[in-house]
Structures are given as C-alpha cells and as structure tokens.
Design a protein around this ligand. Structure first.
Ligand SMILES: C[S@@+](CC[C@H](N)C(=O)[O-])C[C@H]1O[C@@H](n2cnc3c(N)ncnc32)[C@H](O)[C@@H]1O
Length: 313
C-alpha cells in the first residue's frame, strides 16, 4: 500500500476493513471502490456510517457483513432490472398496488415494506452517485440554515438524511414519515445509535398522501420518492404546499434507472425539471449524475440511467 493510503487506513480502520470485505466478496466493488475513493470521497462520514452500522449490528462482525451483503444484492438486482428495462422500455411495476402486493407485503409481518434498507444505508458510501448526493446535501442544503426550524424527511427510508440534518442542526425539530414498518424501525434505531435526543424528532408511519398541508416545514428532504409514485407531479405540488415562505426542498430522483419498487418512468432530467417548474419551484442548484461511467460525458441524454438532485425553493 502507498504511504498515503496506509495513513488513511490507520485513521479510518473500519471503513478500510469494510472495503476489503466488499472487494473480496464482490467483483462489482472490487473494480470500482479504489477509483471512487480517489475523488471527493468523504472519509469521515464513511467511517461514521460504518461505525454506526456495526453498532446497529450488535457489534457483531458477521451480522455486519450479512447486512453489508444487502448492498451487493441490491447492486446485482439493479443491473438485472436495468437490463430488463432496456429490453422492455418499462419498469417491473406500473402501479403502487402491484408494488405493495409483490414487493412490500411478505408473510413476515416485520418485513412490511422494502427489504433493501441496509443496502440503501451502505450505498451512501459505496454507490458513487449516492455518496456525491450525501456530500451535496451536507454541504449545500444542511449548512448555513437558520438556528431553529422544522425539517421533514419524506419518505425517510433509513432516516439517514434527517439524522445528518439533526446532527448538524441540533436546535431543529425533525419529522420523518414513511409508510413502511421496516423504514420506521430502521430510522428509529439509526437515531438512537446517533444519540439524537428523543425530544428533537418524531418518526411516523404514514402515507405521504395523508400529510396535512396546514402543517408547514422550513426544510424538506425528499430522496428517491417521485419515481415510486403513479403521479409525481401532484406530489411535487403537495411538497410545495408543505413548505413555509422561504422554505427549501432537497430532492433526488431516479431517471431511467430500474428498481423493484419504481413506478413512474422518467426518461430524462429535463422531464423532471419540467415537473419541478410547473409545480411552482425555482431550481437553486443541481447535481445531475449518470449512473454508468460510459454515459458521464452526456448525462442529459434521454433513456440512460441518471440520478438527478436539486435544491428547490
Ligand atoms: C428508495 S427509498 C428512499 C428513502 C430515502 N428518502 C433515501 O433517499 O434514502 C423509498 C421509500 O419510499 C417509501 N414510500 C413509498 N411510497 C410511499 C408513500 N406513498 N408514502 C410514504 N412513503 C412511501 C418506501 O417505504 C421507501 O422507504
């Protein structure tokens, strides 16, 4: 190992142990991690995500690795589903009813909801696009906010973004909303592990459509949601109505990128922008990333997998 890498490995031991495990387990990560860690990589955040992941795995390395394997499974599944999308021109499901029946409702009551949350959690480090979104959100959305306020994360999924917001802004009140038991449970454990005081947040099992527009928020985090809906344009209008005057929304959207519970198929970033503007938002800052390296030169092209993120007001 070159000396600068040895230094980093000493400073961030769990991250490097995790990287080694992933490299030996999965050919996908073996070929990509080293390269990813050379550019704009947030070592501190990544070590912390690993440390908390280990705590949430009862400090048991085998349990931790089996949770980490969820990321490998999710990545392989993405590649398979993406192939299917290229072939058929459609996502696996086109209604929420189909997703609920086929993906969210298993016989095991505890798994009522998506079962990919551990994959999503570790993707904040090891999927380049998610890692860059985390940094974008931490630097441009969660910094320099007023000293107090109310922040909503919908859907909260793992709760990762809301938890980071409250770590940075401890006088804010945080509300996390998701319809899935698995997401509520994961978020609660993550908040507890991060020592977020109980009186500074509320995690609620609720459908987004049930949120009341008379309750307003100064900041809203909305990661990877629009593509999970049948009518994302109406959802954007509702998000706008949930913001206070001067409030801001952080949004990420999967474009032409398959997942078991994706419903609305955006074909380009421009199609997302059109919905955003028509819903009354102004785009303050964007980060548009092609999922595959071969598409990086032109992420605006139609029908290529892209992750779109923006800060809106
Ligand atoms: C891909 S996750 C995104 C989680 C998180 N925002 C992030 O960016 O990591 C999608 C989440 O949407 C939730 N979900 C889907 N439809 C919903 C709805 N109508 N209301 C609330 N949550 C919903 C699912 O349960 C799942 O946790």
């Amino acid at each position: 190992m070159p000396p600068e890498i040895l230094d980093l490995a000493e400073k961030y031991p769990l991250l490097f142990k995790t990287v080694n495990y992933l490299k030996t387990t999965s050919s996908i990560f073996k070929n990509t991690i080293g390269k990813q860690m050379k550019h704009n990589f947030n070592f501190e955040l990544s070590e912390r995500i690993c440390e908390n992941g280990l705590k949430m795995s009862n400090n048991n390395w085998d349990t931790y690795c089996s949770n980490l394997n969820n990321l490998v499974d999710m990545s392989i599944e993405f590649l398979k589903l993406q192939k299917n999308l290229e072939k058929t021109g459609r996502y696996l499901h086109s209604t929420f009813e189909e997703v609920e029946k086929n993906e969210y409702n298993t016989n095991n009551k505890d798994l009522d909801g998506p079962d990919y949350l551990w994959g999503l959690y570790f993707s904040e480090i090891f999927w380049k696009i998610h890692h860059n979104f985390s940094n974008f959100s931490l630097n441009d959305f969660m910094s320099n906010v007023p000293p107090t306020g109310k922040v909503l994360e919908v859907p909260c999924g793992t709760g990762f973004f809301l938890c980071e917001f409250l770590r940075k802004n401890s006088n804010w009140l945080g509300i996390g909303v998701d319809l899935a038991d698995s997401a509520i449970k994961f978020s609660q454990i993550l908040f507890h592990t991060n020592n977020i005081p109980k009186n500074s947040y509320k995690i609620m099992k609720m459908n987004f459509h049930q949120l009341e527009s008379n309750e307003k928020y100064d900041r809203i985090l909305c990661g990877e949601f629009l593509e999970h809906l049948e009518d994302p344009f109406s959802a954007l209008k509702k998000l706008k109505s949930l913001l206070t005057n001067g409030g801001k929304l952080f949004i990420t959207v999967a474009v032409w990128a398959a997942h078991i519970d994706h419903i609305f198929l955006y074909e380009s970033s421009d199609q997302v922008r059109e919905h955003i503007r028509k819903a009354g938002f102004k785009i303050e800052k964007e980060l548009v990333q092609a999922v595959f390296e071969k598409d990086e030169t032109d992420p605006e092209k139609e029908k290529i997998p892209v992750s779109y993120a923006a800060i809106l007001s």
